[in-house]
Design a protein around this ligand. Structure first.
Ligand code: ATP
Ligand code: MG
Length: 259
């Protein structure tokens, strides 16, 4: 079945404070959606709430992959259902090698009784690392420990390629990447484009979207998607910033309103 991802009226709070105020979004297999928006508007919160981070309390709404509600599932089940998140700030796990982490993530995705053999895993990992022009030594280092910003991001893409997810959420995958890494990571993402997979790409800069052409661009402000369009919307934001969107929609800055 072609992938169909629907977020409907999603609200989420952190420590009692509502951050997401009703997100609606539909992503079909083969589509790339980009979300842009000022700092602190809830973009990463959306990613974390979808993935089931315990700090984020979903208070209303649903998020379904092919009719199955993700929000009813625990984190492992979400991964098994095909959701993948590349985090804005990937965490370091000292004591766990990257290769061990990747293999358990892959086995969690595949489910019990369907684990991958060690030999097959190593072969797959090595070939993907080669595609991403990663030094093989990164397989044996502790997960993200001492990785540079760009190395962490590249490692997130390695995870994505191995896990073969249905819905991919990339949170600022371009931040900290040098020009060559941006090209390599984008090539990796483009190679993963397929009818069975949808992408949600959170970014601040139109530059990434020169490499990965989105079908839709959404603007998020104050916990809502306030405007949607095509790639030309990203270009206008890059050139003009967000003020015109606020003016057009009559959005008043919360901080200004409180002053
Ligand atoms: N764990 C947390 N505890 C308290 N507040 C939080 C937490 N996580 C997020 N917030 C608050 O929620 C709001 C939305 O944060 P979020 O990280 O989703 O923004 P963002 O749109 O991803 O911003 P950026 O573009 O800077 O990454 C911010 O005001 C932030 O301070
Ligand atoms: Mg963020």
């Amino acid at each position: 079945m072609a992938t169909h991802f629907v977020i409907d009226g999603l609200k989420a709070a952190i420590e009692g404070k509502e951050i997401l105020k009703g997100i609606n979004l539909e992503i079909k297999g083969g589509e790339i959606h980009a979300i842009m928006g000022p700092n602190g508007t809830g973009k990463s919160t959306l990613a974390s709430a979808l993935m089931g981070h315990p700090k984020y309390e979903v208070t209303e709404g649903s998020a379904q992959i092919n009719g199955e509600d993700l929000l009813e599932m625990d984190v492992d089940e979400r991964a098994r259902a095909g959701l993948f998140l590349a985090m804005q700030y990937p965490s370091e796990i000292p004591g766990v090698t990257n290769s061990d982490f990747l293999r358990s993530a892959l086995n969690a995705r595949r489910g019990e009784g369907n684990e991958i053999s060690l030999i097959k895993f190593i072969r797959q990992m090595e070939s993907k690392m080669k595609e991403l022009e990663m030094n093989p030594e990164f397989a044996h280092r502790y997960l993200n420990e001492g990785f540079s910003g760009g190395e962490k991001k590249r490692n997130e893409i390695l995870q994505m390629m191995l896990l073969d997810p249905k819905i991919v959420v990339l949170d600022e995958i371009d931040s900290g990447l040098d020009i060559d890494a941006l090209r390599i990571v984008s090539t990796g993402v483009n190679a993963m484009r397929s009818e069975d997979r949808g992408f949600l790409i959170i970014t601040h800069y139109q530059r990434l979207l020169n490499y990965i052409t989105p079908d839709f661009v959404h603007v998020m402000m104050q916990g809502r998607i306030v405007k949607s369009g095509g790639p030309e919307l990203a270009e206008r934001l890059e050139n003009e910033g967000y003020d015109w969107v606020k003016e057009e929609l009559g959005i008043v800055d919360e901080t200004v309103g409180q002053a």
